[in-house]
Design a protein around this ligand. Sequence first.
Ligand SMILES: [Mg+2]
Length: 209
Amino acid sequence: MIALFAGQPAPRIGFDLDLTLIDTREATAFALESVNASLGTAIDVDEFVRRLGPPIRAELSRWVADELLDQAADQFRSAFVGPGLQFLEPLPGAAAALAEVSARGGKSIVITSRRQHIAEVALLACGLSADVVVGGMTGTEKAPAMRQNAAGCYVGDHPLDMAGAAAAGVPGIGVLTGSHSEKDLHDAGAAVVLASLLDFRHLFEGPVA
Ligand SMILES: [Mg+2]
């Protein structure tokens, strides 16, 4: 069951960014603390980080008044892609997963709710390289980008990612490196749930013993 792509040449694999390829929790927390310090807001940093997946601006609006939202989003971004970059870490197996796709003649397509420029900078900071990066898409909005890039599946940590894969009619591959359980991801339609991207290669080579 896990070897969804056994023997398949040139796989085109869609990936989520946050908590799928990159651990963005610490950098996000840093950027939120910077927003709280500069604007006097009271964003619950732990709760915000636990919910990572929806667009940042929409999440900020849970704690930040409308009239401060533009400033908060700007401050968040400048902190995240400035000093925050040092806190980004590739998740275990992320580099190997992207390398596996390349080695099989395939393409890696990152589709994320982060802005494209921010996603590109974050990947670069982590030493990761994808063939295509599409930003600004969340949940089922990701489906057209999956179709346009002929993604054969979509890998993500969030039930919204599995909903996106379902909307595109491709298998959702869940990873447990975010805040969501195996049950959450299966309930959202995941075809397979991996503990982490360290198990990604098993999608191509046969069942795990
Ligand atoms: Mg994610």
